[in-house]
Write a protein that binds this ligand. Structure first.
Ligand code: CA2
Length: 148
């Protein structure tokens, strides 16, 4: 099956639709559209398509993950605030049975203690944090290495 038929699923969690609009000292000035374009460009260079979703609604993200089962090569996810709160999202991410790579724009380990725990990291193949939006590019490259 061609890689385009099994795209990489790019998931961005709550409030990331406002990326670039506030707190540039933490998150930089790039927008969510810049992130999606970077991921699409990187994946296309490596022969993969991308299906992208950003949502502020946890159930919508969980439903999208369930619906992707059997259709995707892997998941690149920035769970945002749900990283630190959501057993349900972590449980959903294993449903498609594909590699999951967790991305954080900021270095969560260097921030408040409540950001030091992730429910997603134990089910992730890799975790990238503190590289700015470049972390998404690195995640796609690592994903393609894992699934090709
Ligand atoms: O560093 C990251 O990528 C985070 O996942 C971002 C989350 C935060 O809760 C995590 O601890 C780390 C926050 C995303 C909120 O999105 C914003 C976008 C623009 C400006 C401020 C927040």
């Amino acid at each position: 099956m061609a890689n385009e038929e099994r795209p990489i699923l790019l998931l961005n969690g709550p409030n990331l639709n406002t990326l670039g609009l506030r707190q540039p000292e933490i998150y930089g000035t790039a927008t969510l559209a810049d992130v999606v374009a970077l991921v699409e460009r990187t994946a296309a260079d490596l022969g993969y398509g991308v299906r992208a979703l950003q949502t502020n609604h946890e159930g919508e993200m969980i439903d999208a993950i369930h619906a992707a089962r059997g259709q995707i090569s892997g998941i690149v996810v920035n769970p945002a605030g749900w990283t630190h709160t959501s057993v349900a999202l972590a449980d959903a991410l294993v449903v498609p049975e594909v590699p999951v790579i967790e991305v954080h724009i900021s270095n969560v380990a260097a921030r408040e203690p409540f950001r030091h725990h992730s429910y997603v990291s134990p089910i992730a193949s890799a975790v990238i944090a503190g590289c700015g939006i470049r972390g998404y590019e690195y995640a796609v490259r690592q994903m393609v290495t894992l699934v090709s």
